[in-house]
Design a protein around this ligand. Structure first.
Ligand code: GLN
Length: 486
């Protein structure tokens, strides 16, 4: 019984259905694990102890239900998803007391499948960042070594899964915020195709790039979560009407039938030696197993960082205009004059990174600069999409690194935003192209830290992508849980 927290998501769900333990047992185990690890990790903004136990008791009264695949399974959601009864802070002071009146479609679907939410996970403010240090509620730390960042912006979700607080969690990925923290924390993370999962009830950062997706400790577990959250939603017109494929009965390809393309622009970027070693070992394991690897030319990826940081900032400056202290957000005291009230509320409530993006975004959209920056970036985005489509024509999936360095010490780059932006170069292209990407652990570095790789597939090709991911997962050496898990 003491080891419920070690079970993966599907194992937990199966054991619950078989009544090996109750929903109350599962939730209690998660809460106990949070109590033990939270002082070192800081993965949660809000722990939903009471409501989770209440919901578990209700479920136990009615008994397991095979029609509800997540019956009694404890989960964490990034604190940008609206969930009734808890504040949605988005990691911001400005939304400290914002209690949503409705729930995100993703939350609703997981709940309908029987999941129980035990925490709202920490994140960079408004999902802007790559380290989870830009949260107004303090940084999250990496379960592999609390002196290191867990990655971001969904660092709380990744850390919660890696520290065995929960077997699965939800995050959002606008430029890498699921895939990068998954890689740095040694878990699996999926960014679905843009439009595969509803964005309704999720705090918007950059609407043409944002996509919600799952974290778990195996590819199959991530697939189960995707099968619950994916699909059309009348409340989000950008959510695709396309029917959802079967993600539960994955047909693993044969290694010898698989050709993976290696984007030249990313593999030639230069890696920290311990990452380089781990990535070379991963490639060797693949070729030894019979997988064919070939370099593919994607010359326009070198523009990804510039393109993304113009488009994302532009969209953010527009999306965040609503947080003015009147319609949404904390209102600054003592200013009777409207413009001053806006200014004071926004400068008091928003942190430095968010303010930087709003200013940058407003600038690139302003008259006289729109053509030079925003329009140019929109055109470059099209070129990146072209590279992506062409490259996928030459292979089954693309295989890319996730980061060029392993998890780094907290505080390393907080005063150096450009370096942090550059570190996103491996993940941003996929958001600009809109396709799905699966990040999975490829092994440990010589320093004992997880190193991840990502597989990119064609839009709406999640079933194939997950199947190939399941094969890679068996080829790569198993990773984790981190030593702190005991
Ligand atoms: N690190 C990127 C940024 O700061 C991506 C964030 C995200 O995916 N939410 O914009």
């Amino acid at each position: 019984m003491t080891d419920i927290h070690r079970l993966g998501l599907r194992q937990t769900a199966q054991a619950l259905q078989a009544r090996e333990f109750s929903a109350t047992d599962a939730v209690s185990a998660a809460l106990e694990r949070i109590r033990l690890t939270e002082p070192r990790i800081g993965a949660c903004v809000t722990v939903l102890g009471e409501s989770a136990l209440r919901e578990a008791k209700l479920l136990d009264e009615s008994g397991p239900d095979p029609a509800r695949p997540l019956w009694g399974v404890p989960l964490a959601v990034k604190d940008v998803f609206d969930l009734k009864g808890a504040p949605t802070t988005a990691g911001s002071r400005l939304l400290e007391n914002y209690f949503p009146a409705f729930e995100a479609t993703v939350v609703e679907r997981l709940r309908a499948a029987g999941a129980i939410f035990v925490s709202k996970a920490n994140c960079d403010e408004f999902a802007m960042g790559s380290t989870t240090e830009f949260s107004a509620y303090g940084p999250t730390k990496n379960p592999w070594d609390p002196a290191l960042v867990p990655g971001g912006s969904s660092g709380g979700s990744a850390a919660a899964v890696a520290a065995l607080q929960v077997p699965g969690a939800m995050g959002t990925d606008t430029g890498g915020s699921i895939r990068q923290p998954a890689a740095l924390c040694g878990c699996v993370g999926l960014k679905p195709t843009y439009g595969r999962v509803s964005r309704y009830g999720i705090v918007a950062f950059a609407s043409s790039l944002d996509q919600a997706g799952p974290f778990a400790r195996s590819v199959g577990d991530v697939a189960l979560l995707l099968s619950v959250i994916a699909g059309p939603d009348g409340k989000d017109s950008t959510c695709s009407a396309r029917p959802v494929d079967d993600y539960l009965n994955l047909k693993e390809p044969k290694a010898a039938d698989l050709t993976l393309g290696l984007p030249d622009a990313l593999w030639s970027a230069g890696f920290e030696p311990s990452v380089d070693e781990a990535l070379s070992a991963a490639k060797k394991a693949l070729t030894d197993a019979g997988v064919r690897l070939k370099s593919v030319s994607m010359p326009n990826l070198r523009y990804s960082v510039a393109t993304y940081y113009i488009l994302a900032a532009a969209e953010a400056s527009s999306n965040l205009a609503r947080y003015d202290g009147v319609r949404y957000g904390q209102r600054a005291e003592g200013d009777p004059e409207l413009v001053a009230l806006y200014r004071r509320s926004r400068s008091q409530g928003l942190g430095p990174e968010v303010r930087r993006r709003i200013m940058l975004g407003t600038f690139v959209l302003s008259s006289g600069y729109y053509d030079a920056y925003f329009k140019k970036a929109a055109q470059t985005r099209r070129l990146i999409l072209g590279d992506y489509q062409r490259a996928l024509g030459e292979c089954d999936y693309l295989l890319a690194p996730v980061t060029s360095i392993p998890a780094w010490p907290l505080g390393s780059f907080t005063d150096d935003p450009l370096t942090i932006y550059q570190l996103d170069m491996m993940t941003l292209p996929l958001n600009l192209a809109g396709g799905p990407g699966l990040s999975l652990p490829a092994g440990l570095s010589s320093a004992g830290l997880p190193v991840g790789v990502q597989l990119w597939g064609p839009s709406f090709g999640e079933a194939g992508l997950l199947s190939a991911g399941a094969l890679l997962e068996r080829i790569f050496p198993p990773v984790g849980p981190p030593p702190m898990a005991g």
